[in-house]
Design a binder for this molecule. Structure first.
Ligand code: M6R
Length: 364
């Protein structure tokens, strides 16, 4: 079943171009985004006052991205909660809040409980789910299926990428209906969405460099992932991927938070992965990288082609193709998945079944 790949995780990383294309293409008709399964009229979409996103683990990291993406595209305020927190804090939600629960398995206990809590309070719940007919898919008012196909590896990769694609589609649809995206921009976004699979493929084709970096850093004890805005969201995911399958201690920080405590942990030999794909925040991120480097950290820069000035400060740099700023997460996550994967392989660990973890967390 691994189709020649050494592990399911690598197979699933390689399936991402197709999974993303399969999630996007059925929802684009005649140059327009159509998501019938939302079961929302234009009036319903216009009425949404806030969006409440809830999930666990990597799906939660998709929600963190979604806050930036949906607020930018559709100009709707987005709140993001961990399902395990949301379910017990008796959340106060504005009238006409749309609740979106994100889950690959559709069986995560806390996410399901969050869904039930929201429905009990009378809110409409949209599920972004991968497994057809799963509990969350059955109980949500409407379901957006991510067509990633079965995901076996405990560490999610292709499901995460298709969840992001779902968020882009929903953001563009809402933005168009609510008039927050101009026609020209809308066309450009749709064109660029269609190009994401080939750009992901290009990163996969350049995997040797990541493999080399992974071998070089497989003995590292501490890794910090830092970024701002969407680069912070991607840092959360990069850090989780690394810790779950390589057992290396890692943390993700909003780069601007470093000075509020974490920078005291930076010393000679610590690896800092600095994500800097967002043009408006690039200089700010670079200045944080200067600060950690001057304290002895080894800096791995992650940015888009063209931002070559990062080489003045980074020890190594990984470039991803350019795309719309809001879509970069889909590209920047791929080198981070590969980094975690190859470090786990270099350490001889059980990549697909890391210790203490289950694919689906059906108990709280
Ligand atoms: O099935 P779900 O998407 O609801 O699962 C949520 C998390 O358990 C999951 O993303 C977990 O964090 C992964 N192991 C991350 O790779």
């Amino acid at each position: 079943e691994k189709e020649g790949f050494e592990h399911f995780m690598l197979k699933e990383i390689y399936e991402q171009p197709k999974a993303v294309a399969d999630t996007i293409s059925p929802r684009i008709k005649n140059g327009k985004i159509v998501i019938d399964e939302l079961e929302m009229t234009d009036e319903d979409i216009k009425k949404v006052s806030r969006i409440q996103m809830v999930a666990c683990g990597s799906a939660y990291h998709v929600c963190v991205c979604a806050k930036y993406v949906l607020e930018k595209l559709a100009k709707i305020p987005v709140d993001v909660d961990l399902a395990s927190e949301f379910r017990y804090r008796n959340p106060l939600m504005a009238k006409d809040t749309l609740v979106i629960v994100v889950s690959q398995s559709g069986e995560t206990a806390d996410s399901l409980a969050a869904l039930r809590e929201s429905k009990k309070k009378g809110y409409k719940v949209l599920g972004i789910v991968n497994v057809v007919g799963s509990s969350i898919a059955r109980e949500a008012d409407s379901v957006f299926y991510t067509w990633a196909g079965p995901e076996i590896s405990v560490a999610t990769t292709k499901a995460y990428s298709t969840q992001l694609a779902a968020v882009y589609l929903i953001g563009l649809l809402f933005g168009k209906v609510r008039g927050t995206i101009k026609d020209k921009e809308y066309r450009e976004y749709i064109h660029e969405l269609g190009r994401l699979p080939e750009k992901i493929q290009k990163i996969l084709d350049e995997k040797e460099r990541i493999q080399w970096l992974a071998n070089k850093y497989s003995h590292t004890k501490d890794v910090f992932f830092i970024g701002r805005g969407l680069d912070y969201a991607i840092s959360l995911e990069g850090s989780l991927k690394l810790k779950e399958i390589s057992y290396i201690h890692s943390e993700a920080y909003a780069a601007g938070e470093l000075k509020h405590g974490t920078i005291s942990l930076i010393e000679e030999g610590v690896l800092v992965v600095g994500a800097a794909t967002q043009p408006d925040l690039f200089e700010k991120e670079v200045s944080n990288l200067v600060e950690v480097r001057s304290r002895g950290a080894c800096v791995l820069g992650l940015t888009s082609y063209g931002n070559y000035s990062i080489e003045d400060i980074a020890d190594f740099t990984v470039y991803v193709p350019k795309t719309q700023d809001v879509f970069t997460t889909s590209l920047a996550v791929v080198p981070l998945q590969l980094l975690a994967y190859y470090i786990s392989v270099a350490k001889g660990l059980d990549v697909d079944k890391p210790r203490n973890l289950a694919k689906s967390v059906t108990v709280e």
